[in-house]
Design a protein around this ligand. Structure first.
Ligand code: BTN
Length: 246
């Protein structure tokens, strides 16, 4: 059971996540929050959290697995006029790292653009979808999980599996939003600097999946617009999408 009152008592934001809707089971918080917005049942900056998703979605059409009472699966909506997709994507990643650090006292790392990592294992991810003038931001985090779907078992971890401590999901989520609002006023160049300091593959050779090809590339950081700079066969190339494999 997610304790909404505990979440709200730890939330220090002025605007974001002040209203939260908690549903036991639904298909996907990203799908449902947009339907709710269209039906005027939820507003921009409100949060929808589910205990269980029956059709959790990851990036690139992947399934997203989560565990009842253990994971966090939530979404919120922002106006696309408020900020660029690049800034949003990086800002959400650094807010998650900062929020978790405040509660669990451990610095997880980022894999471009916003996978939450511990060494080569994934702790969480972000799915941002753009519909009309809205961004739907969905966050999935393994918090107290210890059983993982066989298809992801070798590549997944949770905060609990790393720290061996049971962590409050309410505090983690509140601190993610507190961090988001604290950092939202920073300009893109500052966000990029923080993002690079949290990245776990700066200046290393990675496998890069793009346009149905996999190439070996050196990740050289982000350009001024927040796109990835990849050094492929001594040619610098800029990408705004793709998957990095470590
Ligand atoms: C990824 O592939 O790394 C992104 C995973 C995003 C999962 C979250 S869980 C809450 C929201 N609802 C979904 O169906 N997906 C996102």
């Amino acid at each position: 059971m997610f304790d909404v009152a505990l979440f709200l008592s730890n939330l220090k934001t002025k605007n974001i996540a002040r209203k939260i809707k908690y549903i036991q089971s639904l298909s996907s918080t990203n799908t449902v929050i947009y339907e709710m917005l269209m039906n005027n049942e939820i507003n921009i900056k409100d949060v929808l959290i589910a205990e269980q998703q029956t059709d959790g979605r990851g990036r690139r059409g992947d399934k997203w697995f989560s565990s009842k009472n253990k994971s966090l699966t939530f979404s919120f909506i922002l106006s696309s006029e408020e900020l660029s997709i690049n800034k949003l994507s990086l800002l959400v990643g650094i807010s998650i790292i900062t929020g978790i650090q405040k509660v669990a006292n451990i610095r997880f790392k980022l894999k471009w653009p916003n996978d939450i990592m511990y060494k080569n294992k994934k702790l969480g991810g972000v799915l941002i979808e753009k519909k009309r003038a809205h961004y739907i931001i969905g966050i999935g985090l393994n918090v107290n999980d210890f059983i993982f779907d066989p298809s992801i078992k070798s590549r997944a971890c949770s905060i609990h599996s790393i720290t061996k401590n049971k962590i409050s999901r309410e505090l983690i989520m509140a601190e993610i939003f507190n961090s988001y609002e604290e950092m939202a006023n920073k300009d893109l160049s500052q966000v990029i600097k923080i993002w690079e300091s949290f990245c776990n593959h700066m200046n290393t050779i990675v496998k890069f999946h793009h346009s149905n090809k996999i190439v070996s590339a050196e990740f050289s950081g982000l350009n001024k617009q927040g796109n990835a700079i990849m050094n492929i066969n001594d040619n610098k190339k800029i990408f705004n999408s793709g998957i990095i494999e470590l």
